[in-house]
Design a protein around this ligand. Sequence first.
Ligand code: ZN
Length: 132
Amino acid sequence: MFFKNKKIERKILLEKTVLDSIVTFCKMKHPNEGILILKGKSRKGAIKIDGLAIPPFNFSGPTFAGFPHSFLPFDNSYIGIVHSHPTGSAEPSVTDLNNFFGLVSLIIKSPYDDDSIFAWDSSGNTIPLTIN
Ligand SMILES: [Zn+2]
């Protein structure tokens, strides 16, 4: 009861080199959506993203991107996904939330720069993102 209001403070740490790879990949996929698996570690609410993987059998179009989760190999370094929104905001769509994978969903919108990327949890709440 005493800990009722205690919340784990969540934050995302994204390596700059990983962000650069995401930006390059999404610019290449534009005007279609791009999707990648995020690799990293989670410790006491802090999620550190230090790598990427290309999902198997991925498919994408201007307003959707996905992959069949059943084809994913078991790998506990897979902590979430990142995908791009070539048009519109970086807010997750209902489809995005229904297809939530892992702990965090990053969405990068056009024009794909350092200020275009946002982190979300499975409820569609934003999580503070630090690039370093
Ligand atoms: Zn989306």
